[in-house]
Ligand binder design. Structure first.
Ligand code: GEK
Length: 250
């Protein structure tokens, strides 16, 4: 069903009917409904996106490269684009889903900011990174195998200029079982308030179970420090969704 405000977006009903279990994939069906899906599923997404523009504008350096890793349809890429005041910066969006990037290209073209955006259909684990000032992973690292996360963050840190940053947004889990239960319940209540049924919540949860592996805030924070960032700020949290800002020493 088209979204009346954005006729090119469709309402997410992918999990509305009883269906056989399959692991979640960023395929054409997901790409078609993605803006609706992420807005109704991730508490704070609609706050985090404009803040990515604000943070980018504070930390971007002239003549540097900015990366959006796991750019999907380009919401975070466009936020970065609007936060970059320097004509000599390069902005690169990377995603390994061709279905996502095809639509991303369209949204970038509709946006009127003059800074060119390069889109790469590549794995973020191997994509080339260099001379970066701002790199965003807005809910992407959670889809990378846990054993590959430290290596990726170390590679990003090594490619980041002194004073440069990583914006890392993630779903997290909690060591305390009671907090894990309470925050999960609140997240599910958020989804129900956004019109998802119990069946949709439970089928989506099952399909993500082996694909998206959240870790604790502490594990994420320590991994950023171990990678070579000097300071890690928690700048956003709503239930089990957070965003961190990791700053490379000057
Ligand atoms: C936004 N940042 O709207 N290499 C490249 N891309 C990957 C990889 C990988 N190894 N793993 C996952 N992706 C966006 C939202 S969505 C978050 C990001 C979500 C891509 C995947 O194809 C998908 O497009 C994106 O990371 C994650 O602000 O769906 O919860």
């Amino acid at each position: 069903m088209p979204d009346p405000k954005h006729p090119q977006h469709q309402t997410d009903t992918l999990f509305a009917e009883q269906r056989a279990h399959t692991d979640f994939r960023f395929d054409a069906a997901v790409a078609r409904v993605f803006p609706d899906m992420i807005r109704r599923s991730v508490p704070g997404y609609t706050t985090i996106i404009p803040m990515i523009e604000v943070i980018t504008s504070q930390y971007v350096q002239p003549g540097s490269h900015c990366y959006d890793l796991g750019c999907s349809l380009g919401a975070s890429t466009l936020a970065m684009r609007h936060g970059i005041p320097f004509e000599d910066c390069t902005l690169v969006g990377v995603d390994n889903s061709a279905a996502m990037l095809e639509r991303c290209e369209h949204f970038i073209a509709l946006d009127d900011h003059p800074l060119p955006v390069t889109l790469r259909c590549e794995d973020i684990l191997t994509t080339e990174l260099q001379d970066a000032s701002v790199t965003t992973l807005n809910f992407t690292l959670q889809f990378v195998a846990p054993e590959a996360r430290a290596g990726l963050l170390a590679r990003i840190a090594a490619a980041t200029r002194p004073g440069g940053v990583v914006i890392l947004s993630e779903k997290i889990r909690f060591d305390s079982e009671s907090e894990q239960d309470a925050q999960t319940r609140l997240h599910h209540e958020f989804k129900r308030a956004n019109g998802y049924s119990d069946l949709e919540v439970s089928q989506k949860r099952a399909s993500l179970e082996r694909v998206m592996l959240p870790e604790t805030l502490e594990v994420n924070r320590q991994r950023l420090l171990d990678a070579g960032f000097a300071e890690v700020l928690l700048w956003y949290q709503c239930f089990n969704f957070v965003s961190m800002l990791a700053i490379k020493p000057q």
